[in-house]
Design a protein around this ligand. Structure first.
Ligand code: PBG
Length: 327
């Protein structure tokens, strides 16, 4: 047999395999999404996301220190308000839930990098991501509220804001507002390529943010579209986004790769609640091995071009990276 190229030569042992490894990752790229709610002394498990909890502000510290100790250096906050209204005023209230949570996080764990998800859906009585005009979200009226929300989060201590609403022009609106108030160095991570996805189901249970009528298809993207994803990404780059995100991660690796190749700013991907719930449920049923599956999912996102990986498994992944299981 005269074989000149034998790919197996480079797979001969563990040292060599690691030497030639193409995807290298470390825990500094992980972001943990965390839910905070009104009330006292609450740590309440989310039924559709076993192992994930909603915390009252006074109980955040235990989770934040646990994350920091595990080597996770960044957290994205989602607020669950007590009261909702038509215009989502809880999203930009000075003493809103997420604003209180940012202040607390900065007090108890100042070394953590805190990111604010900027959206209205957790705060509106109808569960849509902006203000309504008849039965649709009014894009331009919503922009002002999103900019106010972002500003109030930054004033409360957020280091970065991440708009997830999918309104047109929101990155420019937020950038202008932050700049006007002097926050010229606060980065915007835009959920630029966000699909109308059933993978968000468990999150909506967790945050009580399912729309009370209709769906989000008039603002989130149709998952059949690839070129439109690039259009959205490029638009957000032009509007001043510092980081762009593709969401969900698992079924959208093709787009993570394309966005990575076509832009020159960092690319984030979000392994969403449905991905988490599927892994947990299958592992609990004994059908898959949770640790190896979540490692493989994470590496596939990085291999596709992810620079920043947002995941409910951040703590576990940081541990597996430390052990050298992946990385
Ligand atoms: C808010 C928002 C959602 C998610 C992140 N920000 C829900 C949605 O768009 O319906 C989903 C996150 C997840 O599923 O883990 N708009």
């Amino acid at each position: 047999m005269e074989l000149i190229t034998r790919p197996r030569r480079l797979r001969g042992n563990a040292v060599l395999r690691k030497m030639v490894r193409e995807t290298r990752i470390d825990a500094s790229s992980l972001v943990y999404p965390m839910f905070v709610m009104e009330g006292k002394n609450i740590k309440e498990e989310i039924p559709s996301m076993p192992g994930q909890y909603r915390y009252s502000v006074d109980r955040m510290e235990e989770k934040l220190t646990e994350l920091a100790d595990a080597g996770v250096s960044s957290v994205m906050l989602f607020g669950i308000p007590e009261h909702k209204d038509e215009v989502g005023s809880g999203a930009y209230a000075e003493d809103g839930i997420v604003q209180k949570a940012f202040r607390k996080a900065k007090e108890v764990c100042p070394e953590l990098y805190m990111i604010g998800d900027v959206c209205m859906c957790e705060y509106t009585s109808h569960g849509h991501c902006g203000v309504l005009c008849d039965h649709d979200v009014d894009n331009d009226k919503t922009l002002e509220l999103l900019a106010k929300t972002a500003l109030s989060q930054v004033q409360a201590g957020a280091d970065m804001v991440a708009p997830s609403d999918m309104m047109d022009g929101r990155v420019a609106a937020i950038r202008a507002k932050l700049d006007e108030k002097g926050y010229v160095n606060t980065p915007i991570m835009s959920y630029a390529v966000k699909f109308a996805s059933s993978f968000y189901g468990p999150f909506r249970d967790a945050a009580g943010s399912a729309p009370s009528f209709g769906d989000r298809k008039s603002y989130q993207m149709d998952f059949h579209n690839r070129r439109e994803a690039l259009k959205e990404a490029m638009l957000d780059v032009e509007e001043g986004a510092d980081i762009i995100m593709v969401k969900p991660a698992m079924a959208y690796g093709d787009l993570i790769r394309e966005v990575k190749d076509r832009t020159d700013i960092p690319v984030a991907s979000y392994s969403v609640s449905g991905e988490y719930a599927m892994v947990k449920a299958a592992a609990q049923a004994g059908f898959i091995d949770e640790a190896s599956i979540l490692c493989e999912m994470a590496v596939s996102a990085y291999r596709a071009g992810t620079d920043i990986y947002i995941t409910y498994f951040a703590e576990e992944l940081a541990g597996y990276m430390k052990e050298g299981r992946i990385g």
